[in-house]
Design a protein around this ligand. Sequence first.
Ligand code: HEC
Ligand code: HEC
Length: 347
Amino acid sequence: MKTTLLASAVALTLSTGAAAASDADLRELAKSAGLEAVPYGLQAVDDNPITREKIELGKMLFFDPRLSASGVISCNTCHNLGTGGDDNLPTSVGHGWQKGPRNSPTVLNAVFNKAQFWDGRAEDLKAQAKGPVQAGVEMANQPENVVITLKSLPEYVERFERAFPGEADAVTFDNMAKAIEAFEVTLVTPNAPFDQWLEGNDGALTETQKAGLAQFLEKGCPSCHTGVNVGGQDYFPFGLIKKPGADILPPNDKGRFQVTKTASDEYVFRAAPLRNIALTAPYFHSGQVWDLEQAVDVMGTAQLGAVLNAEETALIAEFLRTLTGEQPRVEYPVLPVETAETPKPEL
Ligand code: HEC
Ligand code: HEC
């Protein structure tokens, strides 16, 4: 309903006036569709006060391959902070060169998502971080072994004690996850051209990009992709109007159904966050689409029942490319050296 009203408001705005809607009108429409700039500063998270000590520790853990059984796979392997926070593969490669079932989403701005994973099965980043360490196709480790490893490295013991002061036993699997969450809170990308424009700088977007935004609004994309992350805020059936082919929507991955066991959740996924989308091909949970225009086209048919013409698709893709923000500058951490007690890698 809201979308229909919005779409007709956009259409009206676009048809009246001269060549294009004024920046002020378009900005009003974008804001009323719920689009928001990425805020500066650290986002607060539940049950985990963010401190400098935790962030530093979390950064080391994020880059430390010894959290994996093989000793070669770190979080950064699949969420490479130099390549948009993902691995640019259709589906990730993990322990023993196994291919996982889904595409790796970016960790950038993940703190703004309502819940984590394509199906939202982890409620937040600290719950999420425990998953990959144990997943057989990812890092294939055991929590007890992770704790033994961390305790064998004296610098980690000191750092956990500083990050979790007053805890009798600071080196725990839960605290590992909390420290990683604290680091991930810093992985945000503010100041994208779209954000600069949203905050009043008319010149931050080109006329083509503004026309793309107008299309994005008019076609109703923000009915599913909205908020700070332009997505990540709610769940929808992938193939709401028409199911995409089995290559893009493999029949064996039923999405949120696996989490809720509710029939209406079959093939329901979290609306993908569209921030930094230009950096995170290939697209969709299946990672089968490399081209952003094609991904937009799939969305038109699958989610809106609207066949977008080539010009509309290109304009929308141009707009989506304005969602690339300032990438976090992360200095690669120097990690503690192994001791005689450190468990040996299992390849
Ligand atoms: C082998 C590759 C691999 C490794 C290693 C890995 N991940 Fe992931 N990560 C993935 C994949 C694939 C998904 C999506 C899985 C799904 O939705 O079922 C994911 C999802 C996520 C998400 C959710 C993002 C979102 O938008 O929902 C976060 C956050 C994340 N990983 C952080 C981490 C952290 C922290 C580590 C290290 C402890 C880690 N990952 C290790 C591949 C990996
Ligand atoms: C009814 C809800 C809905 C609408 C409307 C919708 N989307 Fe989506 N979108 C989704 C969902 C759900 C996904 C995740 C699909 C999956 O599981 O791979 C998604 C994924 C995407 C992706 C892939 C992102 C990635 O990281 O792989 C892009 C790009 C995208 N949408 C753009 C758009 C555009 C542009 C429009 C408007 C033309 C649009 N969407 C309309 C729900 C929607």
